[in-house]
Design a protein around this ligand. Sequence first.
Ligand SMILES: [Zn+2]
Ligand SMILES: [Zn+2]
Length: 85
Amino acid sequence: MAFRAPLTHHHTDDTLCPADHKHTSSGKPLAADCPGRSYTKAVCSCGWELKDRGKGYVNECRRRHLADHAKGPEVLRDLLRLDAP
Ligand SMILES: [Zn+2]
Ligand SMILES: [Zn+2]
């Protein structure tokens, strides 16, 4: 079973900030109805979840968490070996 942990962005009132809410490189919202991103959240299909203001931090923890799952089933281990010589 493959696990997935998609990243989502949220406003201060916990509503989803969808991908079509564009932001400037400094984080200012460009969509008229967007109050700005407050935090990023990752929820894994195993039930694990993490939320933090730092998008990079959440993404890093998420990848580390998914790597832990990958250590499990042999099928996934084989997939990871594809880039080996
Ligand atoms: Zn938004
Ligand atoms: Zn998980």
